[in-house]
Design a protein around this ligand. Structure first.
Ligand code: NAD
Length: 264
């Protein structure tokens, strides 16, 4: 009985994937906006994952710039654990599927809220990093940058000038790197489809991107394990499921439509 119900749900999702693939094939410009959910299957927990890093280190206690400035050694305890997870993580089929869609000429660009570098490692190009990248550390005192790979595990890293280094990522309470917000808005204001993958759309200002795209009349295709604040208000096609499975099927379907010449 349960299996029967699951197969019906699955069939419905498949039908929606087919519709999404058709609009992507027809669209002159598709852009993706990704969030922490796309990297969960690579072993990096999102803020909502149960039993992960964020249950022990509350993001609101450890992820704010105020917390870092007040007690960087304490925040570095969390950062060492997070970098260990990120160093081990490999791109999963969702990252690879988006990179493939880009190579096929059906995905113009990716805007990511993630700091894990996995889109670039999967072969995607021109990725717009909304919140920076954890592969670099920056000195808040003299501005020097360092490769995070070279830091010693468990030791709070310091700059040559003596100041404590910070990962080159946007903490809560910090500004988005200059130029990134206008670049992202310009991109989604001229896109025809916005593919929103694995984001709760609760972190500002990244969560204004889908609204900007919608105002420019883009179709919103959302992939998530569960409905979000966007699903009922903004999303045109909701594909519920694991990013790795849904993106893989979506790319396969786009490929099928293109090879059969169903859409020009
Ligand atoms: P979030 O944690 O607020 O939400 C993640 C979303 O992904 C949820 O809606 C969840 O249902 C969905 N999800 C979880 N697993 C999924 C899966 N396998 N397939 C599809 N969907 C899945 O993440 P957010 O909206 O990106 O906001 C959190 C902020 O924290 C971001 O700004 C990001 O910078 C940062 N962050 C980054 C990483 C990373 O770089 N990998 C990890 C954690 C947090």
């Amino acid at each position: 009985m349960i299996r029967c119900h699951e197969s019906i749900v699955r069939r419905n999702v498949r039908e929606e994937i087919r519709k999404a693939a058709e609009i992507i094939c027809q669209a002159p410009k598709t852009v993706a906006l990704t969030g922490a959910g796309i990297s969960v299957e690579s072993g990096i927990p999102d803020f909502r994952s149960v039993g992960g890093l964020w249950e022990r280190f509350d993001p609101m206690e450890y992820g704010t710039i105020q917390a870092f400035l007040a007690n960087p050694e304490k925040v570095w305890m969390m950062l060492h654990e997070m970098s260990a997870l990120m160093k081990r993580a490999q791109p999963n089929p969702a990252h690879k599927g988006l990179a493939r869609l880009q190579k096929m000429g059906k995905l113009h660009n990716i805007i990511t809220q993630n700091i894990d570098n996995l889109h670039q490692e999967s072969g995607a190009t021109g990725v717009i990093e909304f919140h920076g990248n954890c592969r670099t550390l920056v000195c808040l005192s003299c501005g020097q940058r360092f490769e995070a790979e070279k830091i010693e595990d468990g030791v709070t890293p310091r700059c040559d000038c003596g100041a404590i280094l910070k990962p080159d990522v946007v903490f809560f309470g910090e500004q988005i790197p200059s130029g990134i917000l206008p670049q992202a808005y310009a991109l989604v204001s001229s896109c025809h489809v916005l593919l929103v993958v694995g984001t709760s759309a609760e972190v500002t200002p990244a969560n204004t991107i889908p609204y900007t795209a919608k105002m420019a009349k883009a179709e919103i295709v959302e992939i998530n394990l569960m409905p979000t604040v966007l699903t009922k208000s903004l999303t045109d096609i909701f594909l519920q499921g694991k990013a790795s499975e849904i993106v893989t099927e979506l790319v396969r379907e786009v490929q099928r439509i293109m090879s059969e010449g169903e859409v020009t």
